[in-house]
Design a protein. Structure first.
Length: 116
């Protein structure tokens, strides 16, 4: 059974940084797309960043220039480096992986709170 385990969330002051990690375990052998989404009580889940196996990236306009997504295929891990954090970045962040076979997997999320 495939599991995605996120880590790295927490409380940070505005302007600070956090690095999220998400590692896959179980029967997922080849991952096509890795990504991060976020959701709040007021907003639906939205794409933050995604990275394909070939290195193509997409970022939400609101995080461009501040967030960087990267992946380690051998470790089946995706990272999200978040710099210059703002209060509006506060959300639960979810890891997503799509296998080359088209299966879609989600983590349970990690909470990021940006507050002074």
């Amino acid at each position: 059974q495939v599991q995605l385990v996120e880590s790295g969330g927490g409380l940070v002051q505005p302007g600070g940084s956090l690095r999220l990690s998400c590692a896959a375990s179980g029967g997922i052998f080849s991952i096509s797309v890795m990504g991060w989404y976020r959701q709040t009580l007021e907003k639906e889940r939205e794409l933050v960043a995604r990275l394909t196996r070939l290195g193509s990236t997409n970022y939400a306009d609101s995080v461009k220039g501040r967030f960087t997504i990267s992946r380690d295929n051998a470790k089946k891990t995706v990272y999200l480096q978040m710099n210059s954090l703002k209060p509006e970045d506060t959300a639960r962040y979810y890891c997503n992986m799509v296998s080359t076979g088209g299966m879609d997997y989600w983590g349970v999320g990690t909470l990021v709170t940006v507050s002074s």
